[in-house]
Design a protein around this ligand. Sequence first.
Ligand SMILES: Cc1cc2nc3c(=O)[nH]c(=O)nc-3n(C[C@H](O)[C@H](O)[C@H](O)COP(=O)(O)OP(=O)(O)OC[C@H]3O[C@@H](n4cnc5c(N)ncnc54)[C@H](O)[C@@H]3O)c2cc1C
Length: 447
Amino acid sequence: MHLVIIGNGIAGVTCAQTVRRLQPEARITLVSDETAHHFSRPALMYLYMGHLRWPDVKPFEDWYWSENRLELVHDRATGLDVASKQVHLAAGPSLAYDALLLATGATTRYYGWPGQELAGVQGLVSLADVELMSQQTTNVQQAVVVGGGLIGVELAEMLRSRGIGVTLLVRDRHYWGSVLPPEEAALVDAQLRRHGVQVRYGTELAAALGDAQGRVRAVRTSGGEELPCQWLGIATGVEPNLALTTGTPIETDRGILVDDWLRTSAPDVYAAGDCAQRRTPPPGEAAIEPLWYTGRMQGETVAHTICGQPTAYRRGPWFNSAKFFDLEYQTYGQVPARPVAGQTSFWWQHPGGHCGLRLHYTDDAQQTLLGVNALGLRLRHDVCDQWLRAGASVRAVIEQLGAANFDPEFFPQHEPAIVAAFNTHHPNHPPLTLRRRKGLLARLLSV
Ligand SMILES: Cc1cc2nc3c(=O)[nH]c(=O)nc-3n(C[C@H](O)[C@H](O)[C@H](O)COP(=O)(O)OP(=O)(O)OC[C@H]3O[C@@H](n4cnc5c(N)ncnc54)[C@H](O)[C@@H]3O)c2cc1C
């Protein structure tokens, strides 16, 4: 079998590695127009900030690919012929495939703003974007970033690391209003202000205004205000990269449409990662999941189907993590931004405002845990995932909180304060006590 994969991001590479394991004899070709070798996209910001160098963001040494007989083609796929099973390349000869995986990722979503084509206006998705940003922000004093999500904060942090003034335009009344409850948003807001970011809530981009050289000189906001800037970052989301499907019978909507097995409408053509859109996601799950860890899961899942072991993509409880400057963020399961009938929340916040924890659960006798938000605390993924899969009650979760502490030896222990706050919050229930979990040192000594 010859498997051709377009895209050497996390979805494409995980698929290649899994197929190599399942079918040692398969021929596997990875095509990418971005870089010869796979790199960690979430680490791009650290290249700009000078915390990492290019070799540091490549998870595998360059010899890894030939050692595992993974053929790399650094070229752009320009067209597909699904009838004759051929991929056409910009520079090299066409590739014949038996199975084809489209793992083409996503691109910055622009909303057709006047002036969006000006020099100094850009998004952040690719290595080329980071290089362009590096070049375009030299000698810049003031920048505007539009979009109150994770990439918006990353851009702000990158710019602040070079001493550039940043105004962040956020459409919602509070930070990431469609995702975060107000208490979490307030902690992030404090973090942004502490790092010198000016935030304008309830404000959208109306237009980018240019100078005589065709470079951005200011933005006009939805409120009619003019904010001078020499660089404008677009962080209003990404959209699946569908370019290769144009002119083919492969069905698309917002993304490349796939069934539960990540099969497209064309025979032996699959799609995974940021470019894929599930036709029928389970209730509560998004059809498009532009995330690193879901890309990896999809890559692994589709590899099984390609190798004759049909496997449906089942993500399990939602998980995401990020960093807002120094504040770590993790979310598990469902934590709605606004109150939902029949559900309730317990929110604890450190008096110093360094961290917070929300447990979201059903407002009935079972008090079943539905989701967790952690800010400034690092929790263990496996423990939270298990609680959600098992339908644990919030009272059991509170008692076992110590088990979820990522590393009690190195992370401050707030569990006693959290349990005390929970008891105060529920005065009519028998008070809970924290079940002690052996620390690393104690565990080592007891072996
Ligand atoms: C700055 C940034 C920070 C992020 N941080 C996080 C995070 O903290 N946590 C998280 O979960 N997710 C994060 N994400 C999202 C995550 O990185 C993506 O969801 C993930 O990388 C998508 O992987 P993928 O394999 O689907 O596609 P990609 O990694 O986008 O790879 C697709 C590749 O295909 C190539 N390609 C496309 N078309 C062609 C063609 N015609 N010919 C040849 N090659 C082609 C592209 O150039 C690209 O190299 C972040 C994203 C960005 C941009």
